[in-house]
Design a protein around this ligand. Sequence first.
Ligand SMILES: [Zn+2]
Length: 396
Amino acid sequence: MCDIIGQAVRAGVPRRTILTSALGGLAALGAAACTGSNPPTGAPAAPAAAAPPAEGARTQLILLGTSGGPPYWPGSEREGIASALLVGDRYYVVDTGAGLLRQMRLAELGNWRHDTDGPLDGMRAIFLTHLHSDHVVDLNNLLTEGLFNGLHRVDRKVQIWGPGNRGALPPLFGAPPPPEPVAPDNPTPGTKEMVDLIVRAFATDFNDRAFDNRKPVPNQLFEGLDVPIPAQYLADPNGNPHPRMSPVRFYEDERVRVSATLVQHAPVFPALAFRFETEDGSVVFSGDTSPSENLIELAQGTDVLVHEVIARGWVERLLPAPRNDAQEGLFQHLINAHTVIEDVGGVAERAQARTLVLSHLVPGNWPADDWQRAKNGYSGTLVVGEDLDRIGVGTA
Ligand SMILES: [Zn+2]
């Protein structure tokens, strides 16, 4: 009988903390426990070092949600993938996974003067690495209920940046016939289109709030924009393997400069990684990717590399051989579109990243100790991310 919750309680309790230690709190035993398997042991990992303290730092990375994938992992309290980069009194959101608005409240972002003024009043821009649901599902929450959580008080229009329209359906895996495509007139909308479609989908609410509550209308508050990846890198809508390119700078304001590059997350394309430069240092977000030369170039010498990670042992247990077409497709996606624990330290080492922060943990309920194996092959500081961790930038 599966006893995920009981084992999680016995193993430890997830905690909200200002991060001064890289030690994770949750050791829930999830899917592996359900199958009767033991958690992996693997090679012993060197203990992770303390992360740069966040207290007093003007620029801070805040992990709002650290779980990867659409599942709500049993036994885990990790929220969906989302991060904030706080620079002074403004912040930038990277990915908008499930639970985001609540996590922003808990992180005490924004400038609260009244119950409905924050936390979004301090939000400057949103960056989406790719349009998988676990990275974007709460964007509509920010844009709609945001009207009553500070979005109506932003001092400039919030830009929402992400990949553009792919332009073609993904290749069919396995034998024909293909499934009936969803929205065949435009089956792969990009970020600008997605934001516009959210506004249209919630028009009843927006109009009610505007006419009855006299709230601003969406085009006064935010706009969706496609990251301008040069056309030659997007010529193949499947982009597998992703074309080699150097980073492209596409956003700049008085606090940050942001560059993007393509990463390897096939069959999803385009999928992006972002680098933020501030006066205090730099932070790179990998998005979802297998080891990528583009990412390694983007992340060269960065202060903080926030990188996704997946436990290969979990994938093998989830989808044991022999596999049917659908199972094989998912198995290949999980292994080839993500970075396994054994590889992520090497990526950070080659990028010469000073601190490696693991986030977008798949599965979210994997034993905490096993993530520590990412330390192998990496000489910098490893942080296994927990929700609401804060990491100072440029204060190490
Ligand atoms: Zn993804």
